[in-house]
Design a protein around this ligand. Sequence first.
Ligand SMILES: Nc1ncnc2c1ncn2[C@@H]1O[C@H](COP(=O)(O)OP(=O)(O)O)[C@@H](O)[C@H]1O
Ligand SMILES: [Mg+2]
Length: 390
Amino acid sequence: MSFPHLSEILKILDGALRSNASMSSNYAGLLADKLEQDGEREIAGRIRERLARAPAAVAHAQDASGFVGGLPVDNESRLDTLDVSTPPRGSIHLCLPGGTAKRIDEFLQSVRHYDRLRAAGAAMPLRMLLYGAPGTGKTQSARWIASELGLPLLTARCDTLVSSLLGQTSKNLRRIFDYVEQRPCVLFLDEFDALASARGNERDIGELQRVVIALLQNIDALSDNTVLLAASNHEKMLDPAVWRRFPFQLPLPLPDEALRLEIWKSMLGSFAPEALDWSALSLKSEGASGATIELVSLDAKRHAVFAGKAHVDEGELFRRLSLSFALTEGHSLASLSDEICWLRDWDTKIFSLRELGRLYNVSTRQINHYVQGDHGNSRKSTRKRSSQAQ
Ligand SMILES: Nc1ncnc2c1ncn2[C@@H]1O[C@H](COP(=O)(O)OP(=O)(O)O)[C@@H](O)[C@H]1O
Ligand SMILES: [Mg+2]
């Protein structure tokens, strides 16, 4: 038989046992709300009356968000180790492949119906590991999940945590995990690999081992119904013991052609060129992440605004996309001639001599000179011959 509101009652007990008065009082408030929804107004009233009699120290320390005592800080740097935000529902834009979106939805359902699932013996700890290349939407997905759940998002800055002095990291972790237990929220460990690299890593083995062990202990001590998200760009570096702590695992792939089209459309919005060849754009952006598409779109839009145009220039859009690939591949393209040769090699049809002349405001003859001649000193090393280049 399921016992109503057992989660809240256990949290109140946990708060008392850990001397975390804020945790107890927040969950008692939540219990009163739920009882009232059930029609148990008298019992709800009695709980609230008790809460009103809380020692002044507890009542005053609590801020409007329900957290007590200010954000946890690193003792050495005095920097906050947590960042709190409450992304409003509907404010986060995310384009995901169907399968990925479905898995996020299943996770949201598991959070919303946790008590029912537990009563049926089918609950799993609410912990999800998001992994994939940079810019594929991991941080954005965490924000989206928090906004859908209507819970504050508490993001741990793993870089701050690890950069702190030896031995201090474990203390920082403890403070973070204590803090998030105070009230329902989503704890998000971003750039998680900074904390959870494999135990066999050559660098600072002793310290890293201590960090991983402390991390695992903190995760194990966390209530199963506290929502924990972690994101990593380097999933291969994660310790297998870390993987086991996350029953929900979400790979975020680079967008495929159809998804790239969707992202381009949403990012360019009304700035899209009127006769744009959308299919060429999504084909030529193969390998680009959502973040790259966003960046290229913003660049092109800014260019349009400064030029007093209502639409992005199509050639300019492709130019910026191509240059962003050059950057990702590590080509510096220091001279104008390097840049022009790169574009020409990238696609001779999009970047015809005439189009290049228009984009760079020089004569076609001059462009031809750049392309044929031996101008840029670094041209040979930066130039990537594509098969269709003539
Ligand atoms: N799938 C996507 N749909 C929509 N926007 C995306 C997507 N992936 C990335 N972006 C955009 O790129 C930016 C960076 O994404 P982010 O979530 O920080 O990537 P990650 O955390 O995986 O490195 C975000 O501001 C977001 O707007
Ligand atoms: Mg990120």
